[in-house]
Ligand binder design. Structure first.
Ligand code: LLP
Length: 462
């Protein structure tokens, strides 16, 4: 009798390509999995909850978040030596997450009116919000002032004027950070480097742009310079660039005091601490990250202790999350086996956008077949729709099995789309044997609601 696995026998026994990453379990590579992930009699559990039970209750694809992992990382950041820790909500945000951030005593970095609204709706103290963004609208700036946002990070000259006008109209004085570009590109994917000379973010120090921006703020009495901000990039694991950037920002601050008598007592040096996605990859620990920044500041500002703020996103929520998929089809290609799952680039954009690499593990049972060269592919109409392009998977994985892909807590749900009219997955939190829904699965009705059916547009509307 043929089993599903034996029908796919041709790929089994074929020599595996050199360096092919093995599938990694929570026991073989705990660094990429949520802290509480365990295999119990072949079934993966997170937060004391069996993932197959979650899949049965909520369907797949499904994002699962380990609350204990997030809280542990949040506490390590609070103990890292930084004076203020802002959680970068762009990595992952929803109302429940806002409450977690609040309960861990973190500040919140938002970068759009939408994120700000979510935080405000959830009752987060606006004074603990820092509002980022590279082209904030007048409406967003007015909302920031109206909500009483603690700090607005100004990123262009237009924003300085718009924000001052909004503060003036509201009869308030708004605290601002000026975002500067110190001319240090982080060693990371080009799309994630933000501090070099040719980036859209902030005011370059070189050429005097940053200094002119500070003077423009100083010229508006409705604005108060609360600090200077810089963020050189994301998924950084080497500290040299961080130290150099901090030193340059420190030198800039020293120059402001010397040349203009403008004091700066807070420096926000952004986020970007890298996490492991594949077995053996390093994590830049919060204390190492902060120490690298302090070293740079100390070099530029010896004997001065400015307040240091940081804005980690991925480092706090990345490995807390995993994505659970159901295998729908297994097909032998000429070079590798395609294990097709019920999600893909609509819920996991990073592999196609940055060629990011992940691992995967069978969640519902022990798959102990021979390893074959496989690709975990999505269900979308593109060849680039790959979740894990090259991995050694057991050859007995078959339709109906569950695959868990770890380290998807950051920049997955927030970058999800409705490509191919695919509803976005639910997000569920697990802790101490209980599961609580954070975000509902999108339904066909949610998608239907956006259809306007050619509704006439009133061109005279204000
Ligand atoms: N602060 C600022 C001003 C930022 O622009 C960012 C990320 C962060 C903090 C947080 O960085 P993190 O600690 O999460 O690395 N979508 C990409 C990453 C883009 C990050 C944009 N800014 C990804 O999927 O890797």
């Amino acid at each position: 009798m043929h089993t599903a696995a034996s029908l796919h026998a041709p790929a089994a026994g074929t020599p595996l390509p050199d360096g092919l990453a093995p599938a990694a379990s929570p026991e073989s590579a705990p660094e990429v999995w949520p802290l509480t992930a365990r295999t119990v009699e072949g079934r993966l559990h997170v937060g004391g909850v069996a993932l197959d039970a979650l899949a049965a209750a909520l369907g797949t694809a499904l994002y699962v978040v380990d609350e204990a992992d997030f809280r542990h990382r949040a506490r390590s950041w609070r103990a890292s030596g930084a004076d203020r820790v802002h959680y970068a909500s762009k990595a992952f945000l929803c109302a429940e997450m806002v409450r977690w951030v609040d309960s861990e005593g973190l500040h919140l970095d938002v970068c759009s009116g939408g994120e700000l609204q979510l935080a405000a709706d959830t009752g987060f103290d606006p004074a603990r919000i820092v509002f980022h963004g590279s082209n904030k609208s007048v409406a967003e700036l007015e909302a920031a002032v109206a909500h009483g946002v603690g700090v607005v990070v100004v990123d262009c000259l237009e924003e300085i004027e718009r924000l001052a006008d909004a503060a003036s109209a509201a009869g308030k004085v708004q605290d601002v950070y000026v975002r500067i570009a110190p001319g240090v590109a982080a060693e990371t994917h080009d799309y994630m480097a933000t501090g070099g000379d040719d980036v859209k973010f902030g005011f370059p120090v070189r050429g005097g742009h940053a200094e002119r921006a500070v003077l423009a703020v100083a010229a508006r009495p409705e604005l108060r310079l609360a600090g200077v901000h810089s963020h050189i990039g994301s998924q950084i694991t080497a500290t040299e660039g961080l130290t150099l950037a901090a030193e340059r920002v420190g030198a800039f601050v020293a120059g402001l005091a010397e040349r203009h008598g403008i004091p700066v007592d807070e420096i926000d040096l952004g986020g970007g601490a890298g996490i492991p996605y594949l077995p053996g990859q390093p994590r830049l620990q919060p204390s190492e990250f902060t120490a690298a920044l302090r070293e740079g500041l100390d070099r530029a500002l010896p004997g001065t202790r400015v307040r240091l703020a940081v804005e980690p996103g991925r480092s706090m929520i990345g490995t807390a999350g995993l994505t659970l998929y159901r295998v729908g089809a297994v097909k032998d290609g000429l070079r590798r086996r395609f294990v097709s799952v019920d999600g893909g680039m609509s819920d996991a954009l990073r592999p196609s956008l940055y060629l990011a690499r992940y691992t995967a593990w069978t969640a519902n049972r022990t798959a102990n077949g021979e390893p074959v060269h496989a690709a975990v592919v999505g269900r979308h109409c593109e060849s680039g729709d790959v979740v894990v392009p090259d991995i050694a998977l057991p050859d007995d994985i078959t339709a109906g099995d569950l695959l868990a892909v770890p380290a998807t807590g950051a920049y997955h749900h927030v970058m999800a789309s409705n490509y191919n009219a695919q509803p976005r997955p639910a997000v569920v939190a697990v802790r101490d044997g209980r599961a609580r829904l954070m975000i509902h699965r999108e339904t066909p009705e949610d998608l239907r609601r956006r259809e306007a059916h050619g509704e006439p547009v009133d061109l005279n509307a204000p």
